[in-house]
Design a protein around this ligand. Structure first.
Ligand code: GLY
Length: 340
């Protein structure tokens, strides 16, 4: 078992990575927890024993269930159960489950402890770590977006049981690989040369270091969104037919193309992005067909990173990746054309 500490003062916590890590769940619960509300989905291939009496709440599968309506349903269940701050919520599932369970925990009684048991690669290397929680704002009249409503709410511990990975579909594996490819560009680490446990623990460690230095994304944490500006727009525009990690793969090479357009990197570095994303991580790098590029640029302008009303991206340079504000929409559009 590998333990990675997320160092956040009195809110520090451990992430356990290894086969059978679920058996350590009870040890991660706050000592005050008398009961647990286990939030999960039907078909999640992991039974957990929190070591205290518990009730299980299943949420729907699919982005449309990542909603305020789901939070309300959960809170009605917590009310029936009489869940208090001396209890704990346990999120068991992929990124959607831990985002929703974490947000419900942040809001119920103005904050109850939460522990995550991550069952997907993407969840283990990204979503379950770092305290970002939230749900989508359903689009009405074309206005809405992914993860627009949420809170920073750190878990008390995270379990990454590698036994769960054998049940993942090829698509879920691709999704995790999209986030891993991102870490490749943040650190230059050859993650694929490591064992599975080391690789996942290293991703957790990279994320833990970034989060410890900038928990609320006032600066460096935004770099974890490398490749995500286009990815979020693609997810929305394809009505989530393109899953998050798959969209991040496309978003990473798009970010390289845009950086090239802006004179920040050379052709060789763009090629490196293709070599890593398509070659090493075996992800699709093509823009899905039938997508309106102008609409993608408009959606990218609604991204949460936008600080000044202009387009904001995380872009590569000789100094490494940086947040770049005020990107010319014509350049963003032209870089989409370069992808065709
Ligand atoms: N997924 C990016 C972050 O947690 O900041």
């Amino acid at each position: 078992m590998i333990t990675v500490r997320v160092p956040l003062g009195d809110r520090s916590y451990d992430v356990l990575v290894g086969h059978g890590a679920r058996n350590e769940l009870a040890a991660l619960l706050p000592r005050t927890a008398r009961r647990a509300a286990v939030v999960t989905q039907a078909g999640i291939p992991m039974q957990v024993d929190p070591g205290v009496p518990f009730e299980t709440f299943e949420i729907g599968d699919g982005e449309r269930f990542k909603s305020l309506a789901t939070i309300e349903t959960l809170c009605r269940g917590f009310a029936r159960m009489g869940l208090t701050r001396n209890d704990v919520i346990v999120g068991v599932g992929g990124g959607m489950v831990t985002d929703v369970a974490g947000f419900a925990a942040s809001a119920w009684h103005r904050g109850v402890p939460v522990v995550h048991v991550s069952t997907t690669l993407l969840g283990m290397v990204d979503a379950a770590i770092g305290g970002k929680t939230g749900v989508n704002l359903e689009a009405v009249d074309g206005v809405g977006g992914k993860n627009l409503i949420g809170a920073y709410w750190q878990p008390s511990g995270v379990v990454c049981d590698l036994d769960a990975l054998v049940t993942l579909s090829p698509r879920e594996v691709r999704c995790g690989r999209g986030e891993m490819a991102k870490y490749h560009f943040l650190t230059g680490d050859d993650l694929l040369a490591m064992s599975e446990a080391e690789r996942i623990a290293r991703c957790v460690q990279i994320k833990a270091e970034v989060v410890a230095g900038d928990e609320r994304e006032d600066g460096r944490r935004a770099l974890l969104n490398y490749g995500h500006t286009l990815a979020h727009a693609l997810e929305i525009e394809t009505d989530y037919a393109l899953a998050h990690g798959e969209a991040v793969g496309v978003g990473l090479v798009y970010a390289a193309r845009l950086a090239r357009r802006l004179g920040r990197i050379d052709d060789a570095r763009v090629q490196q992005h293709y070599d890593v994303v398509r070659g090493a991580y075996e992800l699709d790098t093509a823009l899905p067909g039938g997508i309106d590029a102008q609409q993608l640029v408009r959606l990218m302008g609604l991204d949460k990173k936008v600080l000044d009303g202009g387009l904001t991206f995380v872009l590569d340079s000789e100094r490494g990746v940086e947040v770049v504000q005020g990107v010319d929409p014509a350049a963003a559009l032209a870089a989409l054309g370069d992808m065709r």
